[in-house]
Ligand binder design. Sequence first.
Ligand SMILES: C[S@@+](CC[C@H](N)C(=O)[O-])C[C@H]1O[C@@H](n2cnc3c(N)ncnc32)[C@H](O)[C@@H]1O
Length: 241
Amino acid sequence: MSRALSAREVDTLELMDDPHADARLLARTYGRFGLVNALVSRPGMLYRRDIRPRADRAGRLRILDVGAGGGDLCRLLAQRLRRDGLEADITALDADDRAIRWASAHDRGAGIRYRRALTSDLVAAGETFDVVLSNHVLHHLDDAELQVVLGDSVRLVAPGGLVSHHDIARSRTAHALFAVATWPISGTLLADSFIREDGLISIRRSYTVSELATIAPAGWLVRGGVPARLELRWERDRARP
Ligand SMILES: C[S@@+](CC[C@H](N)C(=O)[O-])C[C@H]1O[C@@H](n2cnc3c(N)ncnc32)[C@H](O)[C@@H]1O
């Protein structure tokens, strides 16, 4: 790995995290997350592997998406569950009021519950869920915040439940491929959004699989995937005491 990518670049903040970010560009960024996730996050696999089997068993599945951003993952899961005749209560949680306002204005009948809150607020309220998940959130956190979110995730998951945090895995290849792949569409599909610049910063802020395995508390499983993905996973009935 090049020296520039040999450690997390936590001091560089993403443009979308700037409280004074241009509202129009931020809105376009939220609106483009669905496209990005369709290309890199493999939401269909998450649905088939972890959501549908649990929904089949659980009756009405309670899902929490931490750092839901524009809410596209929640809407996709709601759509697939409905298509398969399965029921769920889906909560889209985000610390940023701008994300929650944008996502709730674009619910498109999905019936998601949108909340501006932190995981610790839900813990304090005694809430529990069958699945706690996130996508592209871990790299926004510093090490202390990561430990809080992981501890809260475990407290928020009901017996038999699953925590599954998905993110980018930092690598020189991922950074180069993202730079090359997004360059031709930077003036069209990604124009007037923070997607390209924040995507590159995200990769530089992300963990590698081995870094995450080193700092994850006991009981958490770290898995690598393609393209340049990682999953930090905890299952209530499988975790070590
Ligand atoms: C890159 S966006 C990802 C959005 C969405 N999950 C997706 O995959 O498109 C990261 C989101 O996480 C939110 N976030 C960051 N830290 C958070 C925290 N501690 N609790 C809840 N949301 C958080 C940010 O406000 C932002 O909306």
